[in-house]
Design a protein around this ligand. Structure first.
Ligand code: PAF
Length: 290
């Protein structure tokens, strides 16, 4: 007996224009269906797929956007080399049972004459990522604001790995009175603790071996603060350990988990530890709860 070919997975519908996206969403809503949006820049890994699975559990229809947003890259950053793997992304999204992929061209998102920037404050000015990437959250807020208006989802799912970004988009949705619930999804890690990220692909073998230091240090610092040690001292030592592993440290900070304000005492809970550090040409970020 010849082997039966495996059953073909239904490809998600791919739409490239806002008008086509809106027609699909109107159809879902006319049928009384809830809609989840998972915004991505593609180069999907298990971290993204965990967002999709969460969305799948919480809504009848799941839309994934794939758009490498030029507005959130500074001229010296990696826009041109940012990993792109559209066919593999589509195959993964088909397996994850995604209904629709919104993959606009740059001109569809930012047509000639486009003249808007959403400049967020509050959590976007917490002196974390914004201190090193001054225009990043303007680019993120502008594109996420557009995506939330274009897709009009019931919920939108963002990873906690970009913790400050999660706070920024939550505030954005609240301040613009958008009728969407923003949901944060836990960080997905490799077996050795490294947080999954599309940018991990840039790491050399040697850098990849050093990379889990970030999570190890975060966990160690979190444990010590939980046991009552002063955050400032613990983080000084943690930062030194990160630099010894070959990183250049951008920041290692203890912040209030909700407001991102600076904290000084273990009692200033809930606390989130956040780190950003560079190794070779790669900049990695991570965070843990205390
Ligand atoms: O986290 C990302 O991948 C991006 O910043 C986002 C939210 C898709 C906006 O471009």
């Amino acid at each position: 007996m010849p082997n039966k070919p495996p059953p073909k997975l239904a490809r998600p519908r791919i739409v490239r224009t806002v008008a086509a996206l809106r027609r699909s969403v109107m159809g879902y809503k006319a049928a009384g269906e809830t809609v989840a949006l998972v915004p991505t820049m593609g180069a999907l890994h298990d971290g993204h797929l965990s967002l999709v699975r969460l969305a799948r559990r919480r809504a009848r229809r799941v839309i994934v956007s794939i758009f490498v947003n030029p507005a959130q890259f500074a001229p010296h950053e990696d826009l041109a080399s940012y990993p792109r793997s559209f066919d593999a992304d589509l195959a993964a999204l088909a397996k994850a049972n995604v209904d629709l992929v919104f993959a606009p061209a740059v001109e569809a998102m930012y047509p000639p004459g486009f003249a808007l920037r959403i400049v967020p404050e509050g959590p976007a000015k917490a002196a974390l990522e914004d201190a090193f990437r001054p225009d990043f959250f303007t680019g993120v807020a502008t594109v996420v604001g557009k995506l939330l208006i274009q897709c009009a989802p019931t919920i939108a799912v963002f990873g906690e790995k970009d913790y400050q970004q999660l706070k920024v988009v939550t505030q954005l949705a609240r301040d613009l009175d958008l009728p969407v619930k923003i949901i944060g999804a836990p960080i997905v890690r490799e077996a050795d603790g490294l947080a999954m990220s599309s940018r991990n692909a840039y790491l050399s073998e040697h850098e990849r071996k050093a990379a889990p230091t970030l999570y190890r240090v975060l966990k160690d610092c979190a444990g010590r603060i939980k046991r009552g040690e002063l955050p400032a001292r613990v983080l000084d030592e943690g930062g030194a350990a990160i630099e010894r592993a070959g990183f250049t440290l951008d920041y290692l900070e203890a912040r209030h988990a909700d407001t991102l304000r600076k904290i000084e005492l273990p009692a200033d809970a809930p606390i989130r530890l956040l780190v950003a550090a560079r190794i070779g040409r790669t900049r990695l970020i991570d965070n843990v709860a205390v």
